[in-house]
Design a protein around this ligand. Structure first.
Ligand code: SAM
Length: 270
């Protein structure tokens, strides 16, 4: 079966970060569905793509899925690209791809740049495990819920430069001053910058330096765990003062915070 639909990764900044295969595919397809035709036209002009461009973004993806399926039925080939990086990663794609699977249309992905992968490749980590939560939610309560859910894992997120300072302050409040954070700005671009430090020092740094451009960040798991343990110890002490037994304390705190009962029991013993 000949492939008529391609998901194609495009650069996240440096226009040179596109694969030979991606260029070949984008030169050869009849149509390119893109988030913003003005952004993709820059790439099309640089690399000589002649395909017709049309928009496919989060507000019209469902409707565009019908159009793409008709084009494929008529025998045309279509590539999906986003403004930057890999479609479907915090970008449109899933709604359309679900429809294509439903209709048994063969699809393939042409891999390339992706901000999460580029970022992680730059950050020294003790473990391969990480959680990627896409754009971090906006309110402190939502942030606290999701960050607590992944508190034992290195947790990667996207954020906007306008909100990052507030997010960092929330993280400081939720997990403590020493929580280790990595923040990358403008990856692959002229002003690329990676900072790794305690959340407190990172806040200080951005209070005195420009916080502009595109951001990807990670909260390291280990320090969070230490902070988390000290929070648990505080709660254990309060319950002890109220006369609860170690067994009851471990039951109560494990059901309230999803922590392992034995771990709480051991902390309570000490
Ligand atoms: N699909 C893209 C990918 O594969 O990474 C992500 C699209 S999402 C709409 C855009 C967000 O990704 C930006 O707001 C920023 O958080 C992150 N991002 C994209 N390019 C970046 C870059 N060059 N440096 C740092 N973060 C970047």
């Amino acid at each position: 079966m000949q492939i008529q639909f391609y998901i194609v990764a495009t650069p996240i900044g440096n226009l040179g970060d596109i694969s030979y295969r991606a260029v070949d595919v984008l030169k050869q397809v009849d149509y390119i569905a893109c988030e913003d035709t003005r952004v993709t036209r820059i790439l099309a002009e640089k690399y000589g793509f002649k395909a017709k461009l049309f928009d496919c973004h989060k507000f019209n993806e469902k409707e565009r899925s019908e159009k793409i399926i008709s084009l494929i039925d008529e025998g045309s080939s279509v590539a999906l690209v986003s403004d930057a990086g890999t479609p479907g990663i915090s970008d449109p794609g899933s709604v359309l791809i679900k429809e294509l699977y439903k209709r048994n249309i063969k699809i393939t992905s042409v891999p390339g740049a992706c901000a999460v992968a580029t970022f992680l490749s730059l950050i020294p980590r003790d473990t391969e495990e990480f959680a990627f939560i896409g754009f971090i939610p906006r309110t402190k309560k939502q942030q606290s819920d999701i960050l607590n859910k992944y508190r034992h894992t290195n947790c990667v997120f996207y954020d906007s430069p306008n909100r990052l300072m507030e997010t960092l302050k929330n993280i400081k409040e939720i997990f403590g001053n020493d929580t280790k954070i990595a923040v990358a700005r403008e990856l692959t671009k002229v002003f690329e910058e990676v900072k790794m430090d305690s959340v407190e020092k990172i806040i200080d740094y951005y209070e005195n330096n420009p916080l502009k451009g595109e951001i990807v960040a990670m909260i390291f798991a280990d320090n969070k765990n230490c902070t988390r343990d000290s929070e648990l110890i505080q709660k254990i002490n309060i319950l002890k003062e109220q006369g609860f037994s170690q067994k009851d304390i471990s039951k109560i705190l494990s059901s309230l915070y999803g922590e392992n009962k034995n771990k709480i029991y051991k902390l309570a013993m000490n």
